[in-house]
Write a protein that binds this ligand. Structure first.
Ligand code: DAV
Length: 367
């Protein structure tokens, strides 16, 4: 009998097989345009780069290993990537960077849609080769599953023409950033298609994609042409001064229910799709922390970066007590996962995983 290894159409059907990232050899990359635009202006990461301190790598790996074991204990098959040497510089005919990023978080690189896993273009130079961390797994799935479609989006050139120089100033200020977000003026230009996989949410036949720093309109158009059987929707969150990745902003929990980041404001006309189809958009609980942990790119809203195991069960980071309490009130069973000391490696529970198999087929949730 033929074996289906890869199948996942949405963010909530029962999870059976997942990739969990590794912190091995993760680096803080040197300055480059798209990355600098995301590092908060008051961050401890400004102006420093190099391999992350070994004790933080060890601690993050300990937590990721425990998370993987927790998932396995619930019957989920867990695969882990093979870290490449991220200290190696990258030179292409178009750019040079002195180091790479890491094999975290897999959600940014791999987009699973049905029987396909698509490697995103990425928009940071230091992440150009990140797909190589996952190639041994892709090779294995390709050999195990005759229907698996392993795809890669066209590698971008990432010349200076890909980035707006206005974003390169050290101090832009939050007010100006919010104005630019409102105007949809982001660090990336429309030179060529760019997208990160973590800007995409899967709702069966519909893909909801955030236009922001890491995904441009051409990237969204590329996805629309690549998935002709899907409807692709563009969304914006003008309340986010550092808009990258949709998964700490808009989190579907099961058909009919989405958690929304109360600071980031999905515009009214973009809410219409969900509301006219009877989906409830609920404001997420406040994060439990006032600041992110040290050397972290992400905001405190990793509180809502949860991993849904099935429509009634959700993994929530252990210290995010308000988020857990809200999940409980929404009728979800909460699985606590200790991951905060790994946040600095690129994100929370949704970020540090990538779907391989969820039960269920492609369904149509919207009209
Ligand atoms: O809120 O900083 C983090 C998303 C990481 N995938 C934020 C977005």
């Amino acid at each position: 009998m033929q074996k289906t290894v890869v199948n996942s159409w949405n963010e909530w059907d029962p999870l059976k097989h997942v990739i969990v990232g590794r912190a091995d050899d993760c680096h803080i990359p040197p300055e480059e345009p798209a990355l600098d635009a995301k590092v908060p202006e008051d961050s401890d990461m400004r102006g420093q780069w190099g391999r992350r301190p070994q004790e933080t790598i060890d601690r993050a790996n300990e937590l990721l290993d425990k998370f993987a074991a927790q998932l396995e204990a619930r019957g989920v098959r867990v695969d882990r990537p093979n870290s490449i040497d991220h200290s190696r510089p990258v030179t292409t005919p178009d750019f040079h960077t002195d180091s790479q990023f890491g094999c975290m978080p897999p959600r940014d690189v791999l987009l699973t849609v049905g029987s396909e896993i698509l490697e995103a273009t990425m928009s940071y130079r230091c992440r150009w080769f990140e797909y190589l961390n996952y190639r041994p797994l892709m090779k294995q799935y390709w050999e195990e599953d005759p229907n698996f479609r392993h795809e890669a989006a066209p590698k971008p050139r990432l010349t200076d023409a890909d980035y707006h120089p206005d974003y390169l100033s050290e101090k832009i200020g939050v007010e100006k950033r919010l104005q630019w977000a409102e105007e949809k003026f982001f660090v990336t230009t429309e030179e060529e298609p760019l997208f990160d996989a973590a800007d995409v949410l899967r709702f069966g036949k519909d893909l909801v994609v955030q236009h922001g720093f890491t995904t441009n309109l051409k990237g969204i158009e590329w996805l629309r042409r690549h998935f002709p059987d899907h409807r692709v929707h563009t969304v914006n969150f003008p309340g986010d001064p550092y808009p990258i990745h949709i998964d700490a902003t808009f989190t579907p929990l099961h058909p009919g229910l989405i958690l929304n980041n109360p600071q980031r404001r999905l515009p009214k006309d973009q809410r219409a799709l969900f509301e006219r189809n009877g989906w409830e958009i609920v404001d997420a609980a406040q994060p439990a922390h006032n600041t992110p942990p040290p050397l972290c790119y992400s905001s405190v809203w990793l509180s809502m970066n949860v991993l849904v195991l099935d429509p009634k069960t959700v993994c929530v980071e252990k210290s995010e007590v308000y988020q857990a309490e809200q999940m409980d009130k929404l009728g979800m069973e909460v699985v606590e996962v200790d991951l905060r000391d790994a946040y600095a490696f690129g994100g929370g529970l949704h970020c540090c995983t990538a779907d391989v198999y969820r039960e269920g087929d492609c369904e149509d949730y919207f009209q």
